[in-house]
Design a protein around this ligand. Structure first.
Ligand code: UD2
Length: 392
């Protein structure tokens, strides 16, 4: 059984397993919630006595802050309990993302030139190692467009559509990529599937090509997802690597909704996961089993990155895919499988080898979360997850 953002997700269809998970989960949350409430009431009582009835002192300020944290904690736990209510989930926007210490300094980007990191004081616009986090308003898309044309680039976009994912998602993914992905640039799509004949032949814009590569169909969806690393590694060492300068690797169950241009290019590019970008590090769903090659120890990890979108130069991606494929293979020989499969290995890789550019969740947003003021211009949207329909 897997856990998706604290919600147990059964991969098998056993009702008993599901029921057990529901009970364990429910009990755990119930205990946490009552602990938070009890602590909160105790504090409230002490606070009222000390700071309202007696003389207010400087320690009252601290108490007030602790009280607020407890209220937020209780509300957060309640949010988890009522996970289905998007309104409750919005409380997480009160968890601060931190501010960019470089915001007043000039951070330059190969494609956009000077970045306006201070233009978005509401969000974190750079990492601790000095990489930009791209949010709408921090870059000039026209400058990036001109720079990419001058460099005469070819940009690859890879996507896997195996089994029912092909009929369900591929056409919309490609149609919308034609409207929004690297418009005005030379693009080569690489579709990996076990049924090349079923790939829709769409009319493509000038300087845009579609190549279809046959892959073997793995029996388990987890293996389809993980095998992508090995297949991509081979493809990057072959024709894809020869014809593209930069490549993006994406999941197929999403569609473009806004301009996704060369401002997103860099030596290595990681995507902040829409469901986790406000969460504190200790809550992030990294692989924690120390025996796994994907494991991150407590205290490790910068952000939680999304495997539905990563990219970079051909050389950088060759290294990334080799690292992840080797990690997955090592786990397999030990009888292990990382919690979030290829995504766990990707997160380990980006912890060890920091990405040169990070894309904000605006670049890959889940509409299920609902609208947020800080998500001004979503460029890629997740399709609703219909696992029962597309997975075996
Ligand atoms: C999450 C990640 C995904 C990957 C996966 C691993 C999201 C949006 N994505 O996806 O990047 O890390 O977890 O657990 O959270 N595919 C097929 N046929 C299959 C199975 C998968 O073509 O039978 C391809 C397809 O491109 C799909 C991708 O693999 O989009 C990832 O699989 P998924 O979307 O079912 O996994 P999901 O949504 O849990």
């Amino acid at each position: 059984m897997d856990w998706n953002c604290f919600v147990p997700v059964t991969r098998d269809r056993s009702f008993l397993t599901w029921l057990l998970a529901e009970r364990v989960y429910g009990r755990l949350l119930h205990q946490l919630l009552s602990m938070a409430l009890k602590e909160g009431l105790r504090y409230l009582h002490g606070y009222k006595y000390k700071c309202v009835l007696l003389m207010p002192s400087p320690s009252c300020k601290t108490s007030k802050r602790v009280l607020w944290w407890l209220i937020l904690l209780a509300a957060g736990l309640l949010g988890l309990l009522l996970y289905g209510l998007p309104g409750v989930r919005h409380l997480e926007i009160f968890i601060p993302m931190g501010t960019c210490p470089l915001a007043k300094m000039s951070l330059r980007d190969n494609f956009t030139g000077l970045l306006h990191l201070w233009a978005r004081p509401d969000v974190l616009t750079c990492t601790s190692w000095g990489a930009p986090i791209l949010w709408d308003g921090t870059f000039d898309p026209d400058v990036a467009q001109q720079e990419a044309i001058q460099q005469n680039l070819t940009i690859g976009l890879t996507v896997f559509a195996v089994g029912r994912y092909l009929e369900k998602y591929l056409a919309r993914f490609l149609e919308t990529a034609e409207q929004h992905f690297m418009v005005g640039q030379r693009v080569v799509y690489y579709v990996f599937t076990e049924r090349p004949a079923a790939v829709p032949r769409l009319p493509l814009g000038p300087s845009r090509q579609l190549r279809v590569e046959r892959v073997q169909r793995e029996r388990r969806w987890q293996d389809v997802s993980m095998e992508r690393m090995r297949t991509l590694h081979a493809a990057l060492g072959g024709r894809l690597g020869r014809e593209a300068h930069f490549v993006f690797c994406m999941d197929v169950d999403q569609h473009f909704s806004g301009a996704f241009g060369p401002e997103s290019l860099a030596e290595s590019v990681a995507q902040l996961h829409a469901w986790h970008y406000h969460w504190p590090q200790w809550l992030l769903p990294y692989e924690r089993d120390a025996r796994s090659a994907a494991a991150l120890a407590p205290g490790e990890g910068d952000f939680y990155y999304h495997a539905a979108l990563f990219g970079g130069s051909v050389e950088a991606l060759r290294e990334l895919t080799a690292h992840c494929a080797q990690g997955q293979q090592r786990d397999r020989t030990r009888g292990l499988e990382a919690r979030w499969h290829d995504e766990s290995h990707l997160n380990k890789y980006f912890w060890l080898y920091k990405p040169a550019k990070v894309l904000s969740p605006e670049f890959c947003w889940s509409p299920e979360i609902g609208p947020r003021a800080e998500i001004r211009h979503p460029r890629l949207l997740w399709a609703p997850k219909e696992y029962a329909l597309v997975r075996d």
